[in-house]
Ligand binder design. Structure first.
Ligand code: ADP
Ligand code: ZN
Length: 719
């Protein structure tokens, strides 16, 4: 068996390509060097040790704190035909003994263990009897006291390192500041190792911020777009999650609540139902997520304002781990900010309070942005800019319009100056709009000349314009805690010289989600649904989550290319050898039935090139499409029209297919029998297969296309 990484990737995981950095990391691990991997959630970290585990002779030991995830990971590996087991507190003593026996016998390639085991000397003595070739430390940030998820048990890893001084270590994490990174390297004593830092950009995620107005009906609209798909909705409080679940249920959405106040079994059940595709929607506090590895979450909603961008990034990161397009939507209101402020003010420790204030200020800045949200997010995490328009946030996606902002800008800047440049946006807006709140009256701001001079913009629109003036450099924010606005020298010049000012703003439109892209391929939704049902059935039979059988991307590709044989099926993304054997037949069955019921279906997308596809058909795509249309007995004219090429080109496809050993049924395309006989006779007379002499012999009244068809017919008959 080949031990080439790329070959193993297809045969065991069913994938054709590595994700960014995976290949480099794996090559490094295979040199038996220590490695530190920093990759965002969904980046594909697991593969970085799972694939080397297949190459190495002995066993790969994986230390992970997420006990709840171990079973899923092991199930997924087993489904791919890889011998894996786990040992943690959920196993009975006899099961532990069985796994230990199997590990000793050398049958197991990948063994997951919980870190607390490593403190038990008996367990370490057992490990010492194994031939360990690689140690992987998942969620490696847990080793650092600086991290937010410090696990004292992780200090036991030092012992492991001591027991296996020669064995390379690969440490992996999605969250690591420089400090945490240093800690990991020091604590694990990563020698002459290398750090691989992947981009934290998640191109398949779309980020949107909606003003929190009629939020519930907007939410229902969103959920309508994501019917039957997995959705996580984050709320600020436990109470709110339960209320929202009730409201959603009343609207006919199946949803469950999840928060730390619920009974353990209730919580576990909610999580299981979510993972097993029984309840599509989870409404949760941020307590939900750590133990969730569901790859096909299509929408993450923040119904309330998150406390920090770190949290926001981590929570939105749970969307679309499988790389398919997924959405992140945040509902933002000023009231939410005030609520958070209130909680922050209750904090006793001053340093903590300051920290929380700063974090919240960045979060608010993100919400108020008039420029690309992805840029801002990545810059926050210290990553260099990507292209100017990311095509994946509401700002970049919105249609823009230019408008003459001279007058409104004059009014805003004057109001900032008149109020003494000591107030935040909210207050200045209230003054401009002529509101009668207590503060305004107390300060006497209702007496100012700028009081109530704006009536053609609402609060949200004014916020947008403030944002534009900030990014133009006419206004500036001062102070982090309660930022106040001031007019810059440039702003003052603008007021004095009364220049005209054009600004670009998002077009006024109802906050709605544009039609979601259907995925990477244009697939048949009906067939996709059938395939999902089969997946669920097979998963239930085995007691594993559906995504362990096949991911959405795999089913979508099946529903686009309609594979008709095991060989064709093996070319599909995510179909490795083991899964082909276990699940190939039932999935082909469903596809065949569906095709029979829908005879007009044609392949929307070319069959992907499998690793073993016959070389003569390497351009398979276009040839295959022609073949499919021929199978449906379409006329040459129809096929040519449909493919947008000349009929000759279609005949050329047929010739190539036949050359490659395909058998085509072309009898229905033949000219009338009398003509066919004439042509055959002419070919015989001329000898050989050249067309020109035959044409000359037959004279006018025959076409080259006819001749070629007959030649094809003869060629097939010869075989
Ligand atoms: P992480 O641990 O970094 O969050 P995972 O290892 O769980 O990410 O991988 C996320 C998803 O991506 C999984 O469903 C995994 O099967 C898939 N995946 C990993 N590598 C590849 C690849 N090279 N091609 C396609 N899918 C991949
Ligand atoms: Zn953008």
């Amino acid at each position: 068996m080949s031990r080439q990484p790329l070959t193993l990737l297809k045969s065991h995981f069913g994938y054709d390509r590595f994700r960014p950095l995976q290949e480099e990391i794996i090559a490094h691990v295979l040199l038996r060097k220590d490695t530190l991997v920093l990759m965002p959630t969904g980046g594909g970290k697991s593969l970085c040790y799972q694939l080397p585990a297949l190459v190495f002779d002995g066993l790969t030991l994986v230390v992970s704190p997420l006990i709840a995830l171990m079973k899923d990971q092991v199930d997924a590996l087993n489904a791919n035909g890889i011998a894996a087991e786990f040992i943690n507190s959920t196993l009975s003593a006899s099961d532990v003994a069985r796994v230990q026996r199997e590990a000793k016998s050398g049958r197991i390639k990948i063994l997951y263990v919980a870190p607390e085991r490593l403190a038990i000397s008996g367990f370490r003595a057992f490990l010492a009897t194994l031939s360990v070739s690689l140690i992987a430390v998942d969620e490696a940030h847990c080793i650092s006291e600086w991290g937010h998820e410090f696990r004292p048990d992780y200090r036991n890893l030092k012992l492991l390192r001591h027991d296996f001084p020669e064995v390379p270590v690969i440490a992996l994490t999605a969250t690591a500041t420089e400090k945490v990174r240093q800690d990991i390297i020091a604590e694990l004593d990563l020698k002459q190792g290398q750090t691989f830092l992947a981009s934290f950009n998640r191109p398949n995620l779309t980020y949107r911020v909606f003003p929190k107005r009629r939020a519930f009906s907007q939410l229902c609209g969103l959920l309508q777009h994501h019917k039957k798909e997995s959705v996580i909705i984050y709320c600020f409080s436990r109470k709110k999650t339960e209320e929202l679940v009730q409201d959603l249920s009343a609207e006919g959405f199946m949803a469950l609540a999840y928060h730390a106040g619920l009974d353990h079994t209730v919580r576990k059940e909610a999580q299981e139902k979510f993972i097993h595709d029984e309840t599509p929607i989870i409404v949760a506090t941020i307590a939900f997520g750590m133990g969730i590895d569901k790859p096909d979450v299509r929408l993450v909603v923040h119904y309330d304002l998150p406390k920090s961008l770190e949290g926001y990034y981590q929570e939105t990161g749970r969307a679309g781990r499988d790389d398919l397009p997924s959405e992140c939507v945040l509902f933002y209101s000023y009231g939410d900010k005030a609520k958070q402020d209130y909680f922050i003010q209750q904090m006793e420790n001053e340093a903590e309070r300051k920290n929380a204030e700063e974090k919240l200020a960045r979060m608010i800045a993100f919400c108020d942005l008039q420029t690309c949200r992805r840029q801002f997010l990545l810059a926050y995490f210290g990553e260099a800019a990507i292209e100017e328009y990311c095509r994946g946030c509401d700002i970049c996606l919105s249609t823009k319009e230019e408008f003459d902002a001279t007058e409104i800008a004059q009014k805003i800047l004057s109001a900032v100056i008149r109020t003494g440049e000591r107030f935040g946006m909210g207050h200045v807006i209230a003054v401009l709009r002529g509101q009668k709140n207590k503060r305004i009256l107390e300060l006497g701001h209702d007496q100012l000349s700028v009081y109530g001079i704006v009536n053609n913009f609402d609060d949200q629109e004014l916020r947008t314009i403030f944002g534009l003036l900030l990014s133009k450099g006419l206004l500036v924010k001062q102070g982090d805690e309660y930022p106040t606005l001031a007019v810059t020298p440039m702003g003052r010049t603008f007021i004095k010289q009364r220049e005209t000012l054009f600004l670009v703003r998002p077009k006024r439109e109802v906050a709605s989600v544009p039609a979601r892209e259907k995925g990477l391929v244009d697939y048949d939704p009906g067939l996709f649904e059938h395939l999902r049902l089969l997946r669920k059935e097979l998963a239930d039979k085995r007691g594993v989550p559906p995504f362990v059988i096949f991911g959405d991307a795999t089913l979508q590709q099946m529903a686009a290319v309609f594979p008709r044989s095991l060989e064709e099926l093996s070319c599909i993304f995510g179909v490795g050898r083991a899964k082909l054997q276990q699940f190939g037949e039932p999935f082909l069955g469903v596809i065949c039935d569906y095709m029979r019921e829908h005879p007009h279906l044609t392949r929307q997308t070319p069959l992907p090139e499998g690793r073993r596809s016959r070389t003569t058909l390497r351009q398979g795509s276009t040839f295959d499409e022609t073949r499919m249309l021929l199978l449906q007995k379409q006329s040459l004219q129809e096929i040519a029209l449909r493919r947008g090429v000349k009929e000759e080109r279609i005949i050329y496809h047929m010739e190539r297919l036949v050359e490659a050993g395909e058998k085509l049924d072309i009898a229905y395309l033949m000219p009338l029998p009398a003509r066919v006989n004439q042509i055959i006779a002419a070919f015989e007379k001329c000898g050989g297969t050249l067309l020109a002499p035959v044409m000359t012999l037959l004279g006018d009244g025959f076409s080259y296309e006819e001749l070629r068809l007959v030649r094809l017919y003869l060629r097939q008959k010869e075989r």
